[in-house]
Design a binder for this molecule. Structure first.
Ligand SMILES: Nc1ncnc2c1ncn2[C@@H]1O[C@H](COP(=O)(O)OP(=O)(O)OP(=O)(O)O)[C@@H](O)[C@H]1O
Length: 300
């Protein structure tokens, strides 16, 4: 089942079209990476999903129910972590979660049990400091605990790792992986290594549409090969081979790179190597990385 679907969604601010016929689906219990450059429209899309901004056209469903601007019925399925979460700095984490639970009408026993469980999950269970002394990473972790308090079916995180150092980012990514058992996660980001680490599926937002979407394997396999490298034992073998197969770049004394070549070209290279009795240390295809696919799509 799909936890979130967007069909032909559009949004303009004045004459500027930000979202243009955007469609994608997020399967239940997946981690979905919503990627785009600064200003691509990620936050705008999330606000439309939350019913906080009206779309100009199209349809969105969350857990099978249609989202309507200005109504918050579908938000009972959603936990939301904004890019810069705001807290009452004079409270401790457990006081803050208690307040959030009370506002949403949770019974006191349930608030206690969920707060304990969630603070443990985000590594803040032993933290009795007031929130104003927290690091950015601790605030993001508390924000995730708060977003999960009402046991949402869908957790939406807006750039949860963007302002964090590598350790802080790892902590957030590990938490998102842990919550996937119970909750579908969609998170926006422009940090591609985070996406490669935890996402089951991705959509790349460019010019208001998804320019790439699917699993990482699907996306990488659809794109053209990036070529192959050959590492020789002797520089003179590299010289001889470069003379017999065109299109190489010398990347070291004993290495040649053949940019843009296919698997068929690599088979041909193997034949030439065998015919000339040249033994090599290594011969490998260069896999498309998400980063070079991103560059290709956005035209950098
Ligand atoms: N309320 C608004 N009125 C006018 N323009 C807006 C409004 N909100 C967003 N925009 C514009 O829409 C575009 C998309 O903004 P949005 O915040 O959705 O991008 P984003 O992908 O989340 O970017 P970032 O990674 O920088 O947060 C930007 O050009 C922004 O200036």
């Amino acid at each position: 089942m799909n936890m979130l679907t967007l069909s032909h969604v559009s949004k303009s601010f004045g004459s500027k079209k930000i979202i243009d016929d955007l469609s994608f689906t997020v399967p239940e219990h997946s981690i979905y990476g919503f990627i785009g450059q600064n200003g691509a429209g990620k936050t705008t899309t999330m606000k439309i999903i939350l019913g906080l901004l009206p779309a100009d056209g199209g349809k969105i469903t969350v857990n099978g129910e249609a989202v309507r601007y200005g109504q918050n019925r579908t938000n009972r399925f959603i936990g939301y972590l904004p890019d810069v979460p705001e807290f009452y700095g004079y409270m401790t984490p457990s006081e803050y979660l208690k307040l959030c639970g009370e506002i949403t009408g949770m019974p006191a026993g349930k608030i206690r049990q969920k707060s304990h469980e969630l603070l443990q999950l985000v590594g803040l269970d032993k933290e009795n400091k007031r929130i104003h002394g927290f690091s950015r990473g601790m605030k993001q972790r508390l924000g995730i605990a708060q977003a999960l308090l009402n046991e949402p079916r869908l957790l939406i995180c807006d750039e949860p790792t963007s302002a964090l150092d590598p350790l802080g980012r790892k902590e957030i990514l590990d938490i998102l992986l842990a919550v996937k058992k119970h909750t579908t996660v969609i998170f926006s980001t422009h940090i591609l290594s985070d996406v490669e680490r935890i996402c089951d599926e991705i959509a790349l937002l460019h010019n208001g549409r998804t320019s790439l979407n699917g699993t990482l394997e699907e996306i990488k396999s659809k794109r053209k090969s990036n070529g192959f490298d050959i590492e020789f034992y002797h520089p003179q073998d590299a010289d001889a081979f470069a003379a017999s197969m065109s299109g190489s770049e010398r990347t070291s004394a004993v290495r040649l790179f053949f940019p843009g070549k296919s698997e068929k070209d690599m088979t041909n290279a193997m034949r030439i190597l065998a015919d000339n009795e040249i033994c090599v240390q290594k011969l490998e295809m260069r896999e498309a990385t998400l980063e070079n696919l991103f560059m290709e799509v956005v035209g950098i």
